[in-house]
Design a protein around this ligand. Structure first.
Ligand SMILES: [Zn+2]
Ligand SMILES: [Zn+2]
Ligand SMILES: [Zn+2]
Length: 107
């Protein structure tokens, strides 16, 4: 089942939240619709805390959830390498779980 959720990166406005190109440019995550689709079961992105924005500072979508703030994962097992926080010591996504904080998520 695929759910339509509000785009986290632009907060559902459909506009580029950082106005990188111009104030009227469309959000690159949802293509201006303000909505994104994620397949169930859906988890809130632990890497960006659901904001959809890259916590590393660049004004770009989160590399783990692609800016949606959520992702599909059918696993509830915490990643042993990062202990479920999705980050490695240097702040980059955990190499084992890809930043999702859960082990063996399937795309
Ligand atoms: Zn958007
Ligand atoms: Zn994210
Ligand atoms: Zn991990």
């Amino acid at each position: 089942m695929i759910l339509t959720i509000k785009c986290a990166f632009c907060g559902g406005t459909g506009k580029d939240p950082f106005e990188l190109l111009s104030p009227v440019s469309n959000c690159l995550v949802c293509n201006g619709t303000g909505l994104t689709e994620v397949e169930e079961p859906i988890r809130k992105c632990i890497f960006c805390a659901g904001s959809g924005q890259n916590p590393l500072g660049a004004r770009v979508p989160c590399i783990v959830c692609s800016g949606k703030g959520k992702y599909h994962c059918d696993s509830i097992t915490r990643c042993k390498q990062c202990n479920g926080i999705g980050k490695s010591g240097d702040g980059l996504p955990c190499s084992r779980c890809g930043g999702k904080g859960l082990s063996s998520c399937r795309e």
